[in-house]
Write a protein that binds this ligand. Structure first.
Ligand code: TXA
Ligand code: MG
Length: 342
């Protein structure tokens, strides 16, 4: 297995190695602006199957296909709706995955048997260089063992994939820290399938129409992403997500902590909460008004709890506006969809 610094991505030998590995059905872990990805040739079923094995991922959960330029889109999708063009023009390259009707060049192994495919052009320069060097579309799910928190640091992908892939590229910390927004544009009214840094409000403003939101718990009978039914982001410890006024949440956590083995208790919270919860194992998400900083830190915080062998992880709920919606979506999954109201 080769380990490459992202700073060397422009070197001829590195580009050659990327092309050779991808052509030989190999796997490459690479950084993107959202989270690290584990990539293979999206047109090669044998290579695609290896991703599912390396991750331990259920085969009906489709993979996102990454392109380096919009020019390559007609090669992989059947049609490009007018509304999708508006989104592409506004948010690509960037953290938005758009679901289209797929062409047969994308095998069923990528689409989980669906006739659609999710496409994204990442903005991370290293990711773009990898796709360009490979000279084929690259399918890449988040680079984490299935069910674990996504990887936002190189250290995380080393933990999960050392010697299970052919190359790993170190791009430092992911700048966004949450996976891309996923939107299905194959239906008469677009459907939001996964919240992310591109929010529903931003999309509606760009499209100048209302869209459906399949990520709201109470919404029924609209198509969902296959990935939505699987457990996600689960650290080894139990995640206890608490909502309520700040003083109630702090009192509740302080009371609960007293009943537990202090060596096995951790708190993940913003600065304003942490200063009032005297617990040894704390991970600071940052300032409560800086949702982008909190988003960048959230998966890292969950993984840090595992590293400290924490059994009970208390997390005060975060505000659900803007980026907060995507953060809370991940935290709800990490907490097994349970929230404690106090
Ligand atoms: O930010 C990201 O999107 C990262 C980086 C590496 O690009 N990738 C990522 O992939 O998060 P993954 O496999 O962890 O999540 C893909 C999500 C899943 O929830 C999957 O069900 C959904 O996208 N998805 C993919 N293709 C789909 C399709 N054709 N229809 C509906 N949902 C789809
Ligand atoms: Mg994932």
């Amino acid at each position: 297995m080769q380990i490459i610094s992202g700073l060397d991505i422009h070197k001829k030998e590195v580009k050659k190695d990327i092309k050779r590995i991808i052509q030989k059905s190999g796997l490459i872990v690479f950084p993107t602006e959202t989270v690290y990805g584990i990539g293979a040739d999206a047109t090669n079923p044998e290579a695609v199957k290896k991703i599912f094995i390396a991750k331990g991922r259920p085969s009906d959960n489709p993979l996102i296909v990454h392109l380096a330029t919009i020019k390559d889109l007609p090669q992989v999708v059947e049609s490009i709706p007018e509304l999708a063009i508006k989104l592409m023009d506004t948010y690509w390259p960037g953290p938005l995955t758009i679901v289209f009707k797929k062409k047969s060049i994308i095998p069923k192994e990528v689409s989980g048997g669906l006739d659609t495919v999710g496409i994204r052009i990442p903005s991370n320069q290293i990711a773009l260089e990898v796709i360009k060097a490979a000279e084929v579309p690259i399918c890449a799910p988040s680079a984490n063992i299935s069910g674990k928190p996504s990887s936002t640091l190189f250290k995380h992908v080393l933990e999960d994939f050392t010697d299970k892939v052919d190359m790993m590229i170190d791009g430092g910390q992911a700048s966004i820290g949450l996976e891309s927004t996923v939107i299905d544009m194959t239906t008469p009214i677009p459907v939001l399938l996964r919240p992310g840094a591109i929010t529903k409000e931003m999309i509606e403003k760009t499209l100048e129409i209302g869209i459906m939101d399949a990520t709201e718990e109470h919404v029924k009978d609209i198509p969902r992403a296959p990935g939505m039914k699987y457990t996600h982001y689960a650290p080894q410890g139990k995640v206890l997500l608490i909502e309520g006024t700040q003083s109630h949440v702090i009192d509740y956590i302080n009371n609960e902590i007293k009943k537990l083995d202090l060596k096995r208790v951790g708190v993940i919270a913003t600065e304003d909460y942490l200063s009032m919860i005297p617990c040894f194992y704390q991970v600071n998400l940052g300032h409560e008004n800086h949702l982008d900083e909190i988003a960048r830190n959230i998966f890292l915080a969950l993984r840090q709890m595992d590293a400290m062998n924490i059994a009970y992880i208390f997390i005060p709920a975060l505000p659900k506006h803007d980026l907060g919606k995507a953060i809370m979506n991940r935290l709800m999954k990490a907490a097994g969809n349970a929230i404690i109201s106090v």
